[in-house]
Write a protein that binds this ligand. Structure first.
Ligand SMILES: [Zn+2]
Length: 416
């Protein structure tokens, strides 16, 4: 076995292997030079203390260092102390490199996994993470940026609020809930809020109220995907209704129809288009609804706000009576959020990024069972790979459905 390779630490004995751990005896060689309390330089040694320090694992085995540390006493103020050591953590019985490893791993692994790997209890892992997160948060100085995204996030059985800088694609913060008061207070104190030129939100009235209060006059855009999600939702309702009403022998008729009907038309292959054609003869109202859904999506292809408003007006007028009542909610929604929905066409911003960050938080939640909201918040705030995550997934997820898949997993929250 090799040396420990810790500066200022001398390995005294050999590594012993007891099957589960390596144990090694070592001593600190670094000498104290000044009293930490009064900075006086005249010190004398005041006995030894043996402590057990845990290092990084070797060969998958825990490494325990029985470390002799010297104690000193200050001649001037009589303070007794064990000098700080750069290789040994000052708070935890861990080497500094073990702490660094825990900090790094805790961003992507569960605390239980880390605890298992390094051979310390989970509570200590949690405390190491916590200290790290709090120190690191002090170094973050989130600013609003030119475009802010505010979105909801269903996490640990509650709706939370995610605030993002949509221009540089960073999560600004995760708020515990999405109450108007909390959001408003947060926005008010946010650095750079005076420079915000646009805000993208989902259709949640408290967001609109909060933004209007804190940033009067700043245009609000409703996120395109939240609107389209409702078109898909309507389609789904109609499909379920149709399927429910089918006679016994015909149940198989609409097999796999969900996937086809939610897809955008240009993404359907020949066979799927043939199915649509066949369904049109048997279930005309269903295919009417599908076409209306497609036309609704097409509104977003319009070149300007005026053209889009016009397209919507036409779409509403053309709604066939057969599906009129089912599309009523969607129509009401557009009416109630008209200004914000059509603001999209002035500057095409979406919350697609927050949607991805959203997905990340959910993964974090799933992989780290027992994580508190605060822990997830830190993990999301510090996740450097968010940018890469966004590029990889967003296009693939939206290409097919026109709406990020994850929006289908959310409980629908809707304020007409
Ligand atoms: Zn002193």
């Amino acid at each position: 076995m090799q040396m420990l390779h810790l500066n200022g630490v001398n390995t005294i004995g050999p590594f012993t292997d007891n099957g589960q751990n390596y144990i090694v005896h070592a001593a600190v060689t670094l000498k104290a030079t000044a009293c930490p309390r009064c900075k006086h330089g005249l010190l004398y040694e005041f006995g030894d203390r043996a402590i057990r320090v845990i290092d990084l694992p070797i060969h998958g085995k825990q490494v325990l260092i029985n470390l002799d540390r010297k104690r000193y006493r200050c001649r001037k103020c009589k303070h007794t102390f064990m000098p700080a050591h750069p290789e040994i953590d000052s708070e935890f019985r861990l080497t500094t490199r073990a702490v660094k490893w825990i900090e790094k791993e805790s961003m992507r692994q569960t605390f239980a996994y880390i605890s298992n790997q390094i051979g310390i209890d989970e509570i200590t892992v949690r405390r190491v993470f916590w200290r790290y997160a709090q120190n690191r948060e002090k170094t973050l100085s989130p600013t609003a940026g030119r475009i802010i995204g505010i979105d909801e996030l269903y996490l640990l059985s509650e709706f939370r609020c995610i605030v993002a800088n949509l221009e540089d694609h960073t999560v600004i913060d995760l708020l515990k809930d999405r109450d108007r008061r909390r959001v408003q207070r947060y926005l008010k104190d946010l650095d750079g809020v005076k420079d915000v030129e646009r805000v993208c939100i989902d259709m949640w009235r408290p967001y609109r109220d909060a933004v209007k209060e804190v940033m009067p006059g700043v245009p609000i855009t409703v996120d395109k995907f939240h609107v389209l999600k409702w078109a898909n939702h309507t389609m789904e309702q109609i499909r379920k209704d149709t399927q429910r009403k089918l006679e016994r022998g015909k149940k198989l008729d609409l097999m796999r129809s969900r996937h086809i009907l939610l897809r955008r038309k240009p993404n359907l292959d020949k066979q799927e288009l043939a199915k649509i054609k066949r369904w049109r003869r048997t279930y005309p109202a269903l295919i009417d609804a599908w076409e209306l859904k497609e036309q609704f999506f097409n509104i977003y292809d319009q070149p300007s706000s005026e053209a889009a408003r016009e397209a919507f007006k036409q779409w509403r007028v053309d709604l066939p009576l057969t599906v009129h009542h089912q599309f009523k909610e969607l129509v009401n929604m557009v009416n109630n959020w008209e200004e914000e929905i059509f603001n999209y066409f002035d500057e095409r911003v979406t919350n697609a990024f927050t949607e991805c960050a959203n997905g990340l938080a959910k993964i974090t939640n799933r992989t780290g069972r027992g994580h508190s909201f605060a822990v997830i918040r830190f993990k999301v705030l510090f996740a450097h790979r968010l940018e890469a995550f966004k590029r990889r997934s967003i296009r693939s997820r939206m290409a097919v459905m026109g709406v990020p898949f994850s929006t289908f997993d959310d409980p629908l929250d809707f304020e007409p």
